[in-house]
Structure formats: C-alpha cells, structure tokens
Write a protein that binds this ligand. Structure first.
Ligand SMILES: Cc1cc2nc3c(=O)[nH]c(=O)nc-3n(C[C@H](O)[C@H](O)[C@H](O)COP(=O)(O)OP(=O)(O)OC[C@H]3O[C@@H](n4cnc5c(N)ncnc54)[C@H](O)[C@@H]3O)c2cc1C
Length: 349
C-alpha cells in the first residue's frame, strides 16, 4: 500500500503529527523502533516534562487538553505532588518556571499582559509524564485510523520520483508519498536523506539519576550552581548533575561508585548514595538541520533541532512543528495547495 505520509518515530512529535494528518484525511503509517511504548525514562520522576502555553493551546484546539490534564502531575486542587517530582512543584510559593535556570514565581506572571496572546481559557504551564502524554496521543492516532508499527526501525531511505521507499528492520520496504523524520536527535531519516545538522558541540555532560541517599538532608533542594557544575536535587532521590569538568559528549550511564564520586565533586557535599536505580546522560550540544525539507522528506521535533534539556523546550518546539507542518502537508497531499506551501514550514519555524 502507498501511504500518503510515513512518519519515522512515535515520540510525542511523530504521534501529534500523525493525528494532524489523519484528521485532515491523509493515510498515515508510523514506524517506531521501540517494541514498547513504556520506559522508566518516560515515567516519573525522570520522565517529567513541562508543557508551555502554545502546547496547551494546541492540545486544547484538538480537544486533547482534558485527557492530558487528567494525567498531569500536579492537579490544581491537589496540594501534594508525587514523591520525587520536581522540587519547584512542591514550593509553598509556586514557581512559574525558569528562564535559562533563573527561576520566577508564578504569582509574578501576569499572562493578561501578553497582549499578543489570543484570549484563551487555557493556562500557561502543565507538568506531565512523557509516557502519559504519548498514551493520550497514541489513543487519538489509533482512533483516527493511523497505522502504528512498533519494534520497526527505519534503516534506509530511497527517494523516488513520486514516492519515498523506506526500508525497515521488520516490515520490509514501506512506501509513502511523503516521509517525515520524527525519529529524535540521532535521526536516521535525517542522516539518510542528505540533511546537514549544524551547531555547537557539547561543553558538558549532564546526568539524571534516581538514587537513595543515606541522608538526603546533606543536599540542598532545588538547583545549585557550584564551582564544578550544577546540582539540581529533588528530594528524596531525584538528581540532575551537570559536570563542567569531566569532558562532554560521552553517553555512558553512571554506575554507583562513579555517581558517588561525581555527586561529591559537583555538589561539594559529602553525601553518600546507598542505591542507584536509574541513570541517563544528556549534553548541551545544540544543532539544527540547515533545511527542514529536502524534496519529499521533512523533519520535525528533535530530528530537526536539539539543545540542552535544561531549558525545557524540545517537546514544546516539536509540537509547534507538528501544528505548523500538519495542515500544510495535508493540503498538499489533497491537492488543495502546491508544494511551495511546505517551504513556509521551515521559514516559520
Ligand atoms: C531530562 C529531559 C528533560 C526534558 N524536559 C523537557 C521539558 O520539560 N519540556 C520540553 O519541551 N522538552 C523537554 N525535554 C526534551 C523532550 O523530551 C524532547 O525534545 C522530545 O521528547 C522530542 O520529541 P520527538 O518526538 O521529536 O523525539 P523523541 O521523543 O526522541 O522520539 C523519537 C522517537 O523515534 C524513535 N526512533 C528513533 N530512531 C528511529 C528509527 N530509526 N526508526 C524508527 N523509530 C525511531 C525513538 O524510539 C522515539 O520513540 C527534555 C528532555 C530530557 C532528556
């Protein structure tokens, strides 16, 4: 079967885009390399993601906000956040977020003065588990008739005159009139389709850890900058450490002795880790594809742009990509618009 659009990656951006396209009448197939939609890295506490106002508005316009809000981490009427969620959620004076690490209080934010913003009942922020958000989007996509193959990685891409042949690990070659790479920062689609990905190399390595401490009071809750990096501690055992002295770019998750040494060096405190449950790394590498479209292949989300997760932007930017691209690609597929419309996607994003 020739699909209108094949999407690589069933992360939040690929799923949201699949809904946009299917809602507009396109046949869509999503190819996802992971066997399971579930992962401890997508659940609390390390899977916590902050949604911003444009994302909430996008979800609202698509009738998805109630389902997402039902799964949010801190509901307005429930005072106590789940253990290990971000420290800022538990503050007596709620924080509105941060800009590049500089925190600001929610009651200092007057969204009524954002006069560029169309009046909306939608709030300005929400904290959610990535896995819960993906579950809501998957349910919507399946309901709209999107075909999702899990455990099916894109291996190679061959652009032909009127279609794209996508070679997969498990389902042979899948054909689409268009292909969108939503397959994350290490995108195979991007690498296979001649896009350059330019920017700056990482300068430090960040580590997200789920640990148990002998004495949690040894660390100060919240984000602290030290002579050796950044220590963001969310009691009782969620830790983000940025190591400014240890080199950058390596992806080896820490074992307990290395986590112990790093914590003491970065925090300057003699804290003792008694158990290490989960560890993952990230960096401050910042890159952007020099084009978002190359013929019949397009990029969205982390496949198109990547940067440090400290600013909490990637998912929100990616949902914006999908909102911008979805209706345009659907209009081109239906023949309601010429391909030139797609070039406005890159320009506007
Ligand atoms: C610790 C941390 C905290 C963050 N906090 C925030 C936040 O608060 N707010 C925010 O906006 N962003 C945040 N981000 C960033 C956000 O998680 C990402 O920007 C977002 O997940 C990108 O979505 P995506 O769908 O583009 O890519 P991904 O979520 O990476 O999804 C890509 C999908 O493609 C699949 N895939 C990869 N290769 C292939 C292949 N060859 N074939 C098929 N499938 C493939 C992957 O398995 C994956 O499911 C954070 C990131 C981290 C690491």
């Amino acid at each position: 079967m020739l699909y209108d659009v094949v999407i690589a990656g069933a992360g939040p951006v690929g799923l949201f885009l699949s809904c946009e396209l299917a809602q507009a009448g396109c046949s869509v197939r999503v190819l996802e390399q992971a066997e399971s939609a579930e992962s401890p890295l997508k659940r609390l506490p390390l899977g916590l993601r902050g949604l911003n106002a444009p994302t909430l508005e996008a979800l609202d316009r698509r009738g998805l906000l109630d389902a997402v809000a039902a799964a949010q981490v801190l509901k307005p009427d429930k005072g106590t956040p789940p253990p290990g969620t971000a420290h800022w959620l538990a503050q007596p004076r709620p924080l509105g977020g941060h800009f590049a690490g500089i925190p600001f209080a929610l009651d200092n934010v007057d969204s009524g003065r954002w006069n560029w913003r169309v009046p909306t009942p939608v709030g300005t922020q929400m904290a959610i588990e990535l896995q819960a958000l993906e579950a809501v989007l998957t349910e919507r996509a399946l309901g709209l008739g999107v075909h999702i193959d899990r455990g099916c990685a894109v291996q190679a891409v061959q652009v032909e005159e009127a279609q794209v042949a996508v070679q997969t690990t498990t389902h042979g070659t899948v054909h689409g009139r268009w292909l969108v790479g939503c397959d994350g920062a290490r995108s195979t689609v991007r690498k296979q389709s001649g896009f350059s990905f330019e920017g700056t190399d990482p300068e430090f390595t960040g580590h997200s850890l789920l640990i148990e401490l002998e004495d949690p009071s040894m660390l100060t809750p919240g984000r602290q900058y030290t002579a050796h990096g950044m220590c963001n501690f969310n009691p009782p055992g969620v830790l983000a450490l940025a190591d400014f002295d240890g080199g950058a770019g390596h992806r080896t998750a820490l074992d307990l002795p290395s986590a112990q040494a790093l914590l003491r060096r970065v925090s300057g405190r003699n804290a003792t880790i008694t158990a290490l449950h989960l560890a993952t790394t990230w960096t401050d590498a910042a890159r952007q594809a020099s084009a978002y479209r190359n013929g019949r292949v397009l990029l969205a989300g982390d496949a198109a742009h990547m940067h440090s997760p400290l600013g909490g932007q990637g998912l929100n930017l990616g949902i914006g990509d999908a909102m911008n691209l979805g209706w345009k690609l659907a209009a081109v597929v239906r023949g309601d618009a010429g391909e030139a419309l797609l070039d406005s996607y890159q320009a506007e994003r």
